[in-house]
Design a protein around this ligand. Structure first.
Ligand code: FES
Length: 123
């Protein structure tokens, strides 16, 4: 069981929800289920509107990640991933700071998801 905390200037206050272990839904699907207004358009890693920043509540808990070529190239296009982060993801299995909510699946680590609602503006 993971706790996913959503925070955004678009929300009155932070909201923490449980993600069930083994759940394969994306953060975007989880957000929708809990009426959390992460913007989205394509749901397919193409538009970049669902950009989120992911913080790991316990950095030592960061798990192996699934960063697809599509997500990687979109993040690169948005200027939200560095060559070091790409290398870290590929070689060391370390997640980058920014992700696409429609591609990111929370596992059993507790995370804080920040979104601004402005593509490219999660920080
Ligand atoms: S909704 Fe388009 S990239 Fe996620």
């Amino acid at each position: 069981m993971a706790i996913v905390t959503f925070t955004s200037p678009m929300m009155h206050k932070d909201k923490a929800v449980y993600a069930v272990a083994g759940d394969t839904r994306t953060i975007l699907a989880l957000a929708e289920q809990h009426q959390i207004p992460i913007p989205f358009e394509c749901r397919d890693g193409n538009c970049g509107s669902c950009l989120i920043e992911v913080g790991y509540d316990d950095p030592s808990q960061r798990k192996g990640i699934m960063l697809t070529e599509k997500e990687k190239s979109k993040l690169r296009e948005l200027g939200k991933i560095t060559p070091e982060e790409i290398e870290n993801a590929e070689v060391n299995d370390l997640p980058p700071r920014y992700r696409l909510a429609c591609q990111f699946i929370a596992r059993d680590e507790d995370v804080t998801v920040t979104f601004s609602g402005v593509p490219g503006g999660a920080d």
